[in-house]
Structure formats: C-alpha cells, structure tokens
Design a protein around this ligand. Structure first.
Ligand code: PAF
Length: 280
C-alpha cells in the first residue's frame, strides 16, 4: 500500500489503471469505512485500484463546529487500510487541495438547506465541493459512500448525475454496534453514560419505521413530533426526526412508498445522526 500526499504523485501512481474504486473519508476509520473498501474492491476486482482519501475538509464545518477536535488517527487508519487491502491512501495536506482560498463552489439544489443542512448551513456545499475536487483528481470509475450519511449520498448522487461525471455511485449499508448504534467517528466523543444511552436514537428509528409500515396512511408529522418528544424526555436535544421519500428526500405524504426515517439529535455535546429505510 502506498501513502501519497501530492496530486501529481497520485496521478502517476494511478496511470495505466482504468478500474479505480474510490472511498473518500475524513479518517478515524471504523468498520463502516472498512466495509466500504470491501465494496470498492468487489466493484473493481483484484486487478483494479482501491483508493481511499483521508482529508478533514475544513469547508464543510461551520465556524462553531468540531473541525479542530475532529479525531485524527492517521497511523492507525493506515494500518487498517493496509489490512483491508487498500492500494493507495491519498492524504493531501490542506495546501495541496486548497492552495488558494476556494472561490469556486458546488452549489447543490434546495435539499442542501433541509434536514442537516438547516442546522449546518453551507455543509453540503463544502462536501460537494471537496468531493468534486477529489473526483477530478482521482477520476474513479466507482465511488463508495456510507448510507449513514443518507442526505450526503443523495446530494452527491445528484451531483454525479446532473454534472455528467460518469462515475458509478455505490452506497454501503450502515454498520452498527451490537446494540444498534451506528458506527461513527463522533461516537468517540460520548461519555460512558452517553454511550449507553446512544442506541435509543436507533430504537426510535426502528419504532417509527415499524409504525409507518403498519400504518402507511398515518399522519407522519405527528409520528415525527412524537418521536422528537420521546427523545427530549430522555434528555436528547433533537434537531429533527423526519419521514422522507428515499429517492429525493421530499417530505413523505401518507400512502407514499419507498420511505426513509432520518434523525439527528444532540446527546450532551455530541450530535448524532442516523436513518433507517422503511422496508417490507
Ligand atoms: O463523509 C465524509 O466523511 C465526508 O463528508 C466526505 C465525503 C469524505 C467529504 O469530506
């Protein structure tokens, strides 16, 4: 496995390899990320290249968010990538990716201002911009993202389609701890007591999804508000519990098919997000 910091060196290393599976990350890797590298390998085959980028992208963090304290565990990340059969870790310094202040930005459509975007203004613009830059550098045939960031998947999929990038987008299922908590780099911020409470968010999604399945004509807004109230009663500060259409994240109406329940809530100083597709 090669660890590469410069764009020119990366381009040289990739020359002659047309099948490129790309997994963009911000590091602090867990089993969810490793699962994405397996998907990438499956997509490109044994002779293809699996490339992971590790870059904590300042552009997608708000001024009062956790950019500075975001966990940086580069050596351990490289060990995990090596063990998982990644071919190249691309870990550019900020000066390589943003040699001048980024003036050209990717402006996603209105969905960028809803759900997480309503609480994190500019977040999806920052994500889309860095991912387009990385796509231009890596020129992957396949890119793999985790469904844990459901809205990010929708925004980036739309970008690839509408900007005709010709990249196959693959979305990996959320990997969970045994008690249901979705694996996330931010779980490391939780105290012991908060970690014990954290799976309640997933349990809430499970119960809302079950209700939607059983009563597809129920008033979804009432279900959302009730779930938020239950979380509040347990000491959470919910940003939203939302029942949306999977395809475009439009607000779901009674009788709609193909739905997903999304939630974001603060537990102490940690903001957790999760989602569950309504199946069956
Ligand atoms: O999902 C993430 O880790 C980031 O948002 C991404 C896609 C690597 C862009 O910085």
């Amino acid at each position: 496995m090669r660890v590469i910091e410069s764009i020119s060196e990366l381009r040289a290393a990739m020359r002659g390899h047309d099948r490129r599976g790309f997994v963009p990350t911000m590091g602090n890797l867990h089993d969810g990320h490793i699962d994405l590298t397996r998907i990438a390998r499956r997509e490109v085959g044994p002779d293809g290249l699996v490339i992971m980028s590790i870059f904590v992208n300042r552009l997608q963090f708000g001024p009062r968010e956790d950019f500075d304290r975001y966990p940086r565990t580069f050596e351990q990340d490289c060990d995990k990538c090596r063990a998982a059969g990644v071919d190249i870790v691309f870990a550019p310094p900020e000066s390589e990716l943003y040699p001048v202040p980024q003036g050209y930005m990717v402006e996603p459509p209105a969905i960028q201002h809803e759900l997480d975007g309503a609480v994190r203004p500019g977040h999806f613009r920052g994500v889309a911009t860095v991912v387009l830059k990385l796509f231009n550098i890596v020129q992957p045939s396949v890119a793999v993202f985790g469904k844990k960031d459901y809205q990010q998947c929708r925004v980036l999929d739309g970008m690839v389609q509408q900007l005709n990038l010709g990249i196959k987008m693959v979305f990996g299922e959320t990997v969970r701890a045994q008690d249901g908590l979705a694996l996330s780099s931010r779980n490391g911020y939780l105290s012991e007591a908060e970690r014990a409470e954290a799976p309640a968010l997933y349990r809430e999604l499970v119960s809302v999804a079950a209700f939607v399945r059983e009563a597809p004509n129920a008033d979804f807004r009432v279900l959302e508000r009730d779930a938020e109230t239950r979380l509040r009663q347990r000491g959470w500060l919910p940003d939203y519990v939302a029942i949306r259409r999977r395809q475009d994240l439009a607000v779901a109406q009674p009788g709609d098919q193909g739905l997903v329940v999304l939630a974001a809530a603060r537990l102490g100083s940690t903001r957790l997000i999760d989602n569950l597709e309504v199946t069956g």
